[in-house]
Design a protein around this ligand. Sequence first.
Ligand SMILES: Nc1ncnc2c1ncn2[C@@H]1O[C@H](COP(=O)(O)OP(=O)(O)O)[C@@H](O)[C@H]1O
Ligand SMILES: [Mg+2]
Length: 246
Amino acid sequence: MQNKIQDIDWALSKLKKSNRGKEWQKTVDDVFDETTLRNIQQLFNRGVFGTIENMIATGKEANLFRAKTFDGRNRAVKIYRLNTATFRKLNPYIEGDPRFRNIGNSPRDRVFTWAQKEYKNLYAMKAAGAEVPQPFHVYKNIVVMQYMGWRYRPYPPVRELPPQDPMDFLDQLIESIKAYRSKNLSHGDLSEYNILNVREKPYIIDVGQAVPKGHPMYDELHKRDMKNMYRYWKKQIRELEKEVFD
Ligand SMILES: Nc1ncnc2c1ncn2[C@@H]1O[C@H](COP(=O)(O)OP(=O)(O)O)[C@@H](O)[C@H]1O
Ligand SMILES: [Mg+2]
């Protein structure tokens, strides 16, 4: 027992050594509060991963890290921050989701529910045949999934690296969209930022806000997604017809 805290220090030591200045330090301190450290400890004890290697991204509600398992495999670890008020933003997506009737009362519990929701959405989409990162684990505010990257660099979103053959790429993307639609899900935040260009294969990410049929925003969210997709892909493919996204 007495080694536990040392273990977690060690697990984070690489990350902490890579200090990149004040802003960076603040971000790291922000996400690793006491509860989160305990939750990481728990994942560590369960053998889900062994070390956290580097920070991939800082988003509005979550930070992304690359972690390594004890046998050296990469994992993407999405940690939702517990010290923000942005959980309010999450509410409309959780409320009305029949899968989560018991959403918890405290802001913290709601963030935990949100992480559960992202995990479930990833799982359902993957099972449907959509290309999304494989989910491995969820615990409290932490989602562990397949790492889409090479060494320390994640594959870029199409926003940063548009595909070489947009028509072929889009065909594959539409297959993924059809796959999760067949399981009655709407993504809800589909954009050029949330589609990774994985060696010219599209991977859809950021599925926390996805909702199932029966949710009051189910249709509206999908319509908005398709509108965004048309707007983006029309710029890549001039002869693209609107009907592709019906
Ligand atoms: N499974 C993953 N593998 C590698 N990088 C990822 C993975 N998931 C997310 N990322 C990186 O982290 C960034 C933010 O992730 P995302 O899930 O979109 O969170 P946010 O809600 O902050 O937008 C992405 O743009 C991508 O660069
Ligand atoms: Mg995103």
